[in-house]
Ligand binder design. Structure first.
Ligand code: SF4
Length: 248
């Protein structure tokens, strides 16, 4: 199983189950910031020395005083045991169940309460070049999850010169056609090794946020430097978790 680590946030009463691997091949993948990778595009962090079994995950979750569990990783739905773990978390432990980050490849899922989907691009040609995958499946999955009643959120990386203001705004407008109350987060691109795109300026960020606010009620943004992105614990105590099972 590609799950290799569990962390616990005592203050906010949640656990995060970390997966290794992804179904997309994004050249601007932020995991490459940590690994400093210059190789082929896509998720890139060193392979963990060991992995957890489904039983390990269940035992750890059972031992923690938590209300919610988040599944994350490159792409958490690459874990074949995910349906079993969602069932256990939801129906045995009574926890709220969320995909903390997902590319939307496999949604909706039984026993899942909600998901935060990274929508990559509006232009189908750019989407294919960015991810290696067709856009329609992802957007259809997102819409079907909203219709199924999941608590959905979306985010997009604003990459000047590639996924520009027009594409970010088009995504916001499309989300608004589902519900204007879906939270939407715009992340300013953090330059990844070997890629030509710049970090957005303050003015570019402000214009993009303003454009999206014309469509949606809940628009947030982040405009981090590489150093800030590599240590989020000082900016938000939801990232101040400690490891309770597995390894890096
Ligand atoms: S979907 Fe996310 S984790 Fe996967 S390669 Fe793209 S940016 Fe990286």
């Amino acid at each position: 199983m590609p799950i290799h680590r569990i962390t616990w946030n005592e203050k906010h009463r949640f656990a995060t189950v970390h997966n290794w691997g992804c179904t997309f091949k994004c050249p601007v993948c932020s995991y490459r910031l940590r690994s400093g990778a210059n190789g082929p595009p896509g998720f890139s962090t060193p392979k963990p020395a060991s992995f957890l079994s489904a039983e390990d995950v269940e035992t750890t979750l059972r031992s923690l005083p938590i209300e919610r569990v988040f599944f994350m990783g490159g792409e958490p739905t690459t874990a074949r045991e995910l349906p079993r773990l969602l069932d256990f978390a939801k129906n045995t432990l009574g926890l709220g169940t969320f995909l903390g980050h997902t590319n939307g490849w496999q949604l909706p899922l039984p026993n899942l309460d909600g998901a935060n989907v990274g929508l990559k691009a509006w232009d189908p040609v750019v989407h294919l070049a960015y991810t290696g995958r067709d856009k329609s499946r992802i957007f259809d999955n997102f819409a079907n999850s909203v219709r199924a009643g999941l608590k959905m959120r979306a985010n997009v990386v604003f990459v000047p010169g590639w996924v520009d203001l027009d594409q970010v705004e088009a995504i916001a407008s499309w989300i608004a056609s589902l519900s204007v109350d879906i939270p939407f987060h715009i992340m300013g691109y953090i330059p990844v090794p070997g890629q030509p795109y710049p970090r957005p300026t303050e003015e570019q960020m402000a214009r993009t946020v303003e454009a999206c606010q014309r469509h949606l009620r809940k628009v947030g943004f982040s405009h981090l430097t590489s150093a800030q992105a590599l240590d989020l614990t000082e900016r938000d105590d939801r990232f101040a978790s400690r490891q309770v099972a597995g390894g890096l």
